[in-house]
Design a binder for this molecule. Structure first.
Ligand SMILES: [Zn+2]
Length: 221
């Protein structure tokens, strides 16, 4: 479905001055872009890689990874944003395997003073399996392709607005769905990037109230 969507919007995209394409780890999409859009620089988004780490941690034999998933995600993000070349990303990613064993010869961080539960090196099956997966050629190749230019959080925020206007649990006609998606786009354009409310103290991020002027504009247009 993703590939078909990309093919359908490819002619539209060519009208814009697109230089970089960032997608998730969809194999067919990546292959199609490499073969058909050779003029674009192709990257993989950070959240696409995080999904892979989450799926590894869900495996019974790798449940030990659960405690390390968040740290590995942060490391992955840092590798992507602090590097300019694919090789630099690879060289920053691979030492994470040593780091998990409390070996920091290749790490760039300052000395760790807080207590951490390190993984035991080399004696358990899970460890071999974990190292194999984190250093697998396919996974490392994807790390090298990770985007250091931009992420897709804006598109994901828009998708969550679309889910609000077009809940997946209900059936809508084509016309109904199209109208609701247009409404979602108007709502998103009007309210994306709202600033945080000022004054008071709260542990949660509270944004200023949403603006619904686009409804009035449509009614009185
Ligand atoms: Zn380290």
């Amino acid at each position: 479905m993703e590939l078909e969507g990309l093919k359908r919007c490819s002619s539209e995209l060519e009208r814009f001055n697109v230089k970089v394409v960032v997608t998730d780890r969809h194999r067919q999409v990546g292959k199609w872009i490499r073969e058909n859009w050779t003029q674009f620089s192709y990257h993989i988004k950070y959240t696409g890689m995080c999904k892979k780490l989450d799926s590894l941690a869900k495996k019974k034999s790798l449940s030990i990874l659960k405690d390390w998933v968040q740290s590995l995600k942060c490391h992955l993000y840092w590798c992507a944003l602090s590097s300019q070349t694919p090789e630099e990303k690879k060289q920053k990613w691979l030492p994470c395997v040593d780091h998990l064993q409390n070996v920091h010869d290749s790490c760039l961080h300052p000395p760790i003073t807080r207590e951490k539960v390190w993984l035991l090196p080399g004696i358990l099956f899970y460890f071999f399996r974990l190292v194999e997966l984190l250093t697998k050629t396919m996974f490392v190749n994807d790390v090298m392709k990770m985007s250091h230019l931009g992420q897709t959080s804006g598109v994901e925020a828009f998708h969550s607005v679309v889910n609000h206007f077009v809940p997946k649990m209900y059936y809508f006609s084509y016309k109904g769905m199209k109208s609701r998606i247009i409404l979602a786009a108007m709502h998103y354009n009007e309210n994306a990037g709202r600033p945080q409310k000022s004054g008071g103290y709260c542990l949660r991020k509270i944004l200023v109230d949403t603006i619904l002027l686009y409804i009035l504009n449509q009614i009185f247009a």
